[in-house]
Design a protein around this ligand. Structure first.
Ligand SMILES: Cc1cc2nc3c(=O)[nH]c(=O)nc-3n(C[C@H](O)[C@H](O)[C@H](O)COP(=O)(O)OP(=O)(O)OC[C@H]3O[C@@H](n4cnc5c(N)ncnc54)[C@H](O)[C@@H]3O)c2cc1C
Length: 474
């Protein structure tokens, strides 16, 4: 029997559109809706907007243009242009100054997104967690959120799930998928993707077998300063033996963290949690963003798993810092700058919406008449089973499109979904989860809500027309 606990509702608030989750997708959704003149409430469980991009210091803002360099436009361009402009004034200038995979200073980015929301008239509720909803007929009637002042009820006409984890659609009874599906990798061989296989630690290449239900591993990013990045990056993405770094195995085995926190024995290979060195450029020339922690077998939407992962990943971080400083050329004089304040979750629930975009469609760069967003990032599945390399490969065209049905819920007529948890399969998700694409689906969801609040309903052609008016290159 499920036990229930009732709470007094301290306040009731009305709005046209309620957005749960203030990551890049939620910010784009709330801003797009509010700019079209409807009242919007955005609730965010932390005190900063941006989600993984800011709290998680995932500084590369990828999939913001096609592979041949055509900008995707709309709020994606706006966020990047404003972030570059302010970074040059107040932080560190963008080193490459281009639009692909640009390094966005999290401090500036969170400010840019806050200002966009405020100027559009979005009511932001920080430190506020969506905890439940009430349905009537085929609609969501209200959301319940837990604030510093207790439980509030938010009545809205339209609802947007931008939580990354699908927290709202799960409460609303929508069907969803978790992790990989049986046969999903095998079906990709026919697409000619260059690496639908994995390489084990001996360098042997294997075909993929069933990994049903497994989700990509979680990681926590951190930043090191005082790094000779050029020197350090020559070891990047490589799985190294002890002799590659001139380390004696005996010495390594005597390190206090050897045998634990992801540094388990791995033959002649240095036993790193992710199996390899993985760093990217930071916002300063002597910064490196380190993506080397990895915890497998975690469902980022499960409380026990999240607690375990936050603990284990943070214990890994200090061991990785020690390893880099001690042994990796370029890190000799480095120092720890900061760590992501939240676990880096790559994959949790994916909506089973009106259309489910497949990995094959992403790889083949399919276009759709009812497209509302685009993506260009490669298939990038961090192996859900262990320390092997990522699986995937480059797309076969310039960009793919995302149809409207991927952001539309099935059981709730007034529910839209954007960002990491839209309706795609496990393989497609490894590309659509990327930030530029999350922003685009956010802008589309917010615009769809605003139009349907105003007109009673919205057609795809009206939505596409509105997105184009707002600068999106559809
Ligand atoms: C390790 C790692 C590396 C990555 N590398 C890259 C990369 O190189 N390039 C790239 O572009 N992308 C990368 N990504 C992917 C990208 O960062 C995310 O998928 C993307 O930022 C997701 O955006 P989102 O807005 O959908 O979700 P999130 O950023 O997760 O935002 C969701 C927000 O909702 C809030 N929230 C959740 N539940 C609730 C609730 N119940 N109530 C209220 N608020 C709630 C959260 O606090 C959060 O702020 C990486 C991700 C990870 C984890």
């Amino acid at each position: 029997m499920t036990e229930k606990y009732s709470m007094e509702i301290k306040r009731k608030i009305n709005c046209d559109v309620f957005v749960a989750g203030g990551g890049v997708a939620g910010v784009a959704a709330a801003t797009a809706a509010a700019r079209r003149g409807v009242s919007v409430i955005l609730c965010e469980s932390s005190g900063i907007l941006g989600g993984q991009a800011t709290n998680g210091i995932v500084t590369p803002l990828s999939s913001v243009q096609s592979r041949s360099g055509k900008k995707f436009g709309g709020i994606v361009d706006e966020i990047i242009e404003k972030t570059i402009e302010l970074s040059e004034k107040y932080a560190l200038p963008d080193k490459k100054g281009n639009f692909y995979n640009r390094i966005a200073c999290p401090e500036i980015l969170s400010y840019v997104m806050l200002k966009m929301c405020v100027e559009a008239g979005v009511k932001i509720m920080f430190h506020t967690e969506l905890v439940g909803i009430k349905r009537k007929d085929k609609k969501i009637e209200c959301a319940y959120v837990f604030t510093k002042s207790g439980l509030f009820q938010i009545n809205a006409d339209k609802f947007i799930d931008a939580t990354g984890d699908g927290a709202l659609f799960a409460e609303a009874g929508e069907e969803y998928a978790l992790g990989s599906e049986k046969g999903v990798y095998e079906s990709l061989f026919e697409t000619g993707l260059d690496s639908v296989h994995y390489e084990d630690n001996t360098g042997v290449v294997h075909a993929l077998s069933d990994t049903s239900g497994l989700m990509q591993p979680v990681s926590i990013f951190f930043v090191m300063g005082g790094v000779d990045y050029k020197k350090a990056s020559s070891f990047n993405n490589k799985r190294l033996t002890y002799s590659d770094l001139g380390i004696s195995k005996e010495e390594f085995h005597s390190l206090p963290y050897f045998g634990s926190v992801g540094f388990e024995e791995n033959g002649d290979l240095i036993p790193l949690p992710q199996g390899r060195i993985l760093v990217s450029e930071g916002i300063s020339d002597d910064y490196a963003v380190v993506n080397m922690s990895r915890i497998n077998g975690i469902n980022g939407a499960d409380a026990d798993d999240v607690n375990r992962a936050e603990t284990e990943a943070r214990l890994q971080l200090m061991a990785i810092v020690d390893f880099l400083k001690r042994y990796v050329p370029g890190f000799e004089n480095s120092y720890l700058v900061n760590t992501g304040s939240t676990l880096g979750i790559r994959e949790t629930r994916r909506l089973k919406g009106k259309y489910i975009l497949s990995g094959k469609e992403v790889i083949e760069c399919r276009h759709f008449e009812d497209a509302i967003a685009k993506g260009s990032y490669m298939i990038d599945i961090h192996d859900p089973r262990g320390k092997n390399k990522a699986l995937g490969g480059e797309l076969k065209g310039d960009f793919y499109e995302i149809p409207y049905g991927c952001i539309c819920a099935v059981k709730n007529e007034n529910l839209f979904v954007c960002g990491r948890c839209i309706s795609v399969d496990h393989v497609a998700h490894s590309s659509t989860r990327i930030q530029g694409t999350c922003i685009m689906t956010g802008q589309a969801a917010g615009t769809a809500c605003a139009l349907s609040v105003k007109n009673g309903d919205v057609t795809v052609s009206e939505l596409r027309q509105a997105l184009i008016e707002d600068g999106v290159n559809l």
